[in-house]
Write a new protein. Structure first.
Length: 384
């Protein structure tokens, strides 16, 4: 039986989400910005989805903007918040962490390299968790933005936002949270944290690909990145993709409804998977065991190369990732593994679970990893 253990890369569309989308793909084809009945029907569907997302996150519908995905949400928040703050004369210093997704890191680097911002990139501890004191220690009087993810996409570590956010709020520094991997898996409290921005991507929680959310606090100024028709409060111009937005809303509601049963179920499967892998000599968990997504097992495999392991597992019908699938093709250790000083000689695998994952999938994956490691270590002349 094949086993898909790459839910951090993307998740299957939930059948109920597909059902919710179908009428809007088939019949409700009006432009949500049009003033006639066709447009109004599409607009109503979009606004229902906006309410679903707002309710799922405990924010108001006015704070929910729809985008094309996590990358766009991160870009709008990082570039837009920083540029607007500088234009208002508040400074030009940005702080982020070394383990952010490239959608955040590359935007921060562009601010530094092309627009003259100062950038401080804070390293996490060896456990892949950012020390709040270290992050807050990097904040200066001219800091306009701190970008810190809720949970890491490669090693699954959950960041201490409840400790970071209040201190930033007290200092009046905008916080952007990439919650793409965290939503539905760990509690998020954008209102309580007082975040300026928070990014989600529907395809990570059993919604469709190509649609995301940017939660944007109402009182923060943002310079739009994309100019045009002025949709989404003028911050994200472009005709709204109503069927995908409907799917995003339905998926968000389902994720929150499922979390009380799914999170403990997945955490138990995660622990079984980790135990099954770590009985092998030279296989160790990467990143904190405690501050970890219920859906992530990241391991270092001594004496094997990650890409070869991935291929050997693929041949056995098991889908995993060697590092971040968002940057696949790169054979170098990922920036996340480099940031936590992971052993460059070991192969690194990310196995990620989701709503369709069963105990059988875990057993299949454990067997496949055991046999792939034995094969590769044999081919390499034995494990030392
Ligand atoms: N941020 C994180 C933490 C991610 O894991 C990803 C995708 O893997 C993204 C952002 C980008 O999201 P999208 O694929 O919707 O552009």
């Amino acid at each position: 039986m094949p086993a898909y253990l790459d839910h951090a890369a993307t998740t299957p569309l939930d059948p109920a989400v597909l059902e919710a989308m179908l009428p809007h793909l088939r019949d409700t084809y009006g432009n949500p910005s049009s003033g006639h009945a066709w447009g109004r029907a599409a607009r109503a569907a979009v606004e229902t989805a906006r309410e679903q997302v707002a309710e799922a996150l405990g924010v108001t519908p006015l704070e929910v903007l729809f985008t094309s995905g996590g990358t766009e949400s991160d870009n709008i928040a990082v570039l837009g918040l920083a540029r607007a703050a500088r234009a208002a004369g508040r400074g030009a210093h940005v702080v982020t962490t070394a383990i952010e997704h490239r959608a955040v890191l590359a935007a921060c680097e562009a601010l530094r390299d092309r627009e003259g911002f100062d950038l401080t990139v804070v390293a996490p501890g060896p456990d892949g968790v950012v020390d709040p004191e270290r992050l807050l220690g990097a904040v200066r009087d001219d800091t306009v933005l701190v970008a810190c993810m809720a949970a890491n996409n490669e090693i699954g570590t959950v960041q201490p936002l409840a400790e970071i956010a209040p201190a930033l709020r007290a200092r009046g520094v905008a916080l952007h949270v990439d919650a793409v991997q965290a939503f539905g898996r760990v509690p998020l409290d954008p209102s309580g944290w007082g975040v300026a921005g928070l990014a989600l991507s529907a395809h990570k929680f059993c919604g469709p690909k190509g649609v995301g959310v940017l939660v944007l606090r109402r009182d923060v100024a943002v310079e739009p990145v994309q100019l045009g028709g002025g949709q989404e409060r003028g911050i994200r111009s472009g005709t709204l993709d109503a069927p995908s937005i409907v799917g995003c809303g339905a998926a968000a509601a389902l994720a929150v409804a499922a979390a009380p049963t799914e999170v403990p179920r997945l955490a138990a499967l995660r622990d079984a998977l980790r135990e099954g892998l770590c009985v092998l000599d030279g296989v160790t968990l990467v990143g904190s065991a405690e501050r970890r997504l219920p859906t992530n097992v990241a391991v270092a495999v001594a004496g094997c190369d990650g890409e070869s392991l991935l291929a050997a597992l693929d041949a056995r019908g098991v889908a995993v990732s060697a590092g971040s699938a968002c940057q696949s093709g790169a054979v170098r250790p990922s920036h996340v593994l480099t940031a936590i000083a992971a052993d460059p000689g070991a192969g690194h695998l990310r196995l990620s679970l989701g709503r369709t994952t069963t105990a059988q999938d875990v057993a299949t994956a454990v067997d496949a990893v055991h046999s792939a490691v034995a094969l590769l270590r044999g081919a390499g002349g034995g494990f030392v």
